[in-house]
Design a protein around this ligand. Structure first.
Ligand SMILES: Nc1ncnc2c1ncn2[C@@H]1O[C@H](COP(=O)(O)OP(=O)(O)OP(=O)(O)O)[C@@H](O)[C@H]1O
Length: 265
């Protein structure tokens, strides 16, 4: 499998806090990687370092063999797209224009210019193809009424638009940070469809979510983070059954010694 994204020794320190500690990862074509771990484990920090929202204290990244560096807008043009734990849409713009921003992300030099272009209505004339692509994405996600302002949407709907915006740039790697939070069943189904679309294109997805069972059912591989370190990286079912999982979530080590603790002790 061709490697799309490779990260080595990724570390992030905030003063004395080590949010991410020497984490390495690799992501192949068509692969979906689940990123799980308890609160504060470093999941969002890893997504931030990959997307360029934060600068790494140490470590390197490559995308399709090319060094990945610089601000988020540059990385978006290189082929990364992400969603945020708290959706970051242009709230004063319509659903359609937010989706068009995603289409423009691979072309435009920075997000402020994109937002300005959308506000001025100058994204549209050049974009018959984009308009049709946006309508396809909206229908895949079950989004109707594309003229609604993003600020009037529920949290779940905003998440869908953000996932749609990310898909619009046809990313090589899509980073989804807790995309299912606040979504109803049809929203979850729409997001899963998008993940499968990215996979079918031979691209890759990193999916962060607290629902470990949901993640395990969707992904090819799971990385379990704990206090900034990757303590497991492998098959989802093996991860669920692993002593590391027990230790991280329940504070229980799956050792012979534990099994010998008498009942009622
Ligand atoms: N800007 C920041 N300044 C200082 N510390 C930070 C900052 N961002 C994150 N941290 C710390 O880094 C650690 C990892 O945080 P991170 O948000 O990456 O965890 P997470 O696994 O995404 O957690 P959650 O599931 O709660 O979102 C935590 O201890 C957090 O408090």
């Amino acid at each position: 499998m061709a490697e799309l994204l490779v990260g080595t020794g990724l570390t992030k320190r905030y003063g004395g806090v080590v949010a991410l500690d020497d984490v390495s990862l690799h992501l192949g074509a068509g692969e979906i990687l689940g990123l799980v771990g308890p609160n504060g484990a470093g999941k969002t920090t890893l997504v931030d370092l990959i997307s360029g929202a934060q600068t790494a204290s140490a470590g390197t990244l490559t995308l399709r063999g090319n060094r990945l560096s610089g601000p988020a807008s540059k990385r978006a043009r290189a082929g990364l797209a992400r969603t945020f734990q708290y959706p970051q849409l242009a709230l004063e713009l319509s659903v359609r224009d937010n989706l068009l921003l995603g289409r423009a992300a691979r072309r435009m030099p920075n997000p402020w210019r994109m937002t300005l272009a959308a506000a001025l209505g100058i994204l549209r004339p050049s974009m018959a193809e984009d308009t049709s692509a946006v309508e396809t994405i909206a229908s895949e996600l079950g989004l109707s009424d594309l003229e609604r302002e993003a600020g009037d949407l529920t949290l779940g709907e905003q998440r869908l638009v953000e996932v749609g915006r990310a898909l619009g740039s046809d990313p090589v790697v899509m980073l989804l940070d807790e995309p299912f939070a606040g979504s109803d069943a049809s929203g979850v189904a729409g997001i899963i469809d998008v993940i499968r679309t990215v996979q079918r294109r031979g691209h890759a997805v990193i999916l962060v979510d607290h629902n470990v069972d949901l993640v395990a059912g969707l992904v090819d591989r799971i990385m379990l983070l704990d206090r900034g370190r990757a303590v497991f990286d492998g098959d989802p079912r093996e991860c669920l059954a692993s002593p590391q999982m027990q230790q991280v979530y329940f504070g229980v080590a799956d050792s012979d010694e534990d099994e010998e603790v008498p009942h009622g002790a």
